[in-house]
Design a protein. Structure first.
Length: 199
């Protein structure tokens, strides 16, 4: 009798294998054969669950964004306003092995998107979704009277993304602040949120 396979579980396993290959080889060095070998499956199984190489890369990038967003905004959590914004920063900055691994994959996809239109389009869509979550945090903060009156939401959201992606790039590529990196990034996150607070 054939073994029943949970489609979602198997797909998640294949995406995890893709992330590991991307971390090791970069996007340009990632092949379907390398992913299949990493996952311990055949090329036909890989294609069945994820499609061709471009489809796999798009799915893997989207999945890592979804993972980061779910962790950052604590879907179903109970933090609101500036507390939610601060928790989001803590969840996406590369301050431990799990978050650094996700950030590493994200940086690899960011570089590849410069010459890959479908990856670029997927990233733009993910950034739009992240901006909506950040907009919600700021709306909650305003409703809670936490924000300075001169805060411009669009500028704060841009600065949030720049802080996260800039810190990630410096940390992973240049080894920036390797010693005490978590504490340094935490201070930057605190400063970012505190400068938004109403006096």
């Amino acid at each position: 009798m054939p073994r029943l396979v949970d489609h979602d579980v198997r797909r998640a396993e294949l995406l995890s294998a893709t992330w590991r290959v991307v971390r090791a080889r970069g996007v340009e060095g990632t092949t379907t054969r390398a992913i299949a070998d990493e996952a311990g499956c055949s090329l036909s199984v890989l294609a069945h669950f994820l499609g061709g190489k471009d489809d796999i890369l798009i799915a893997a990038q989207q999945a890592v964004y979804d993972r980061i967003v779910e962790r950052a905004f604590q879907i179903g959590g109970d933090l609101f306003g500036l507390a939610g914004l601060r928790a989001a920063l803590d969840s996406v900055l590369p301050i431990d092995e799990e978050r650094a691994a996700d950030a590493h994959v994200n940086v690899a996809f960011a570089g590849a998107a410069l010459s890959h239109p479908r990856l670029a389009a997927s990233r733009r869509q993910s950034h739009r979704e992240i901006r909506e979550h950040l907009q919600t945090c700021l709306r909650e903060a305003r409703d809670l009277h936490e924000l300075r009156p001169d805060v411009e939401d669009a500028s704060v959201i841009d600065d949030f993304i720049i802080l996260v992606e800039g810190s990630t790039l410096l940390s992973l590529v240049d080894g920036w602040a390797e010693e005490g990196r978590a504490e340094r990034l935490a201070r930057r996150a605190d400063n970012f949120v505190n400068q938004l607070r109403a006096p």
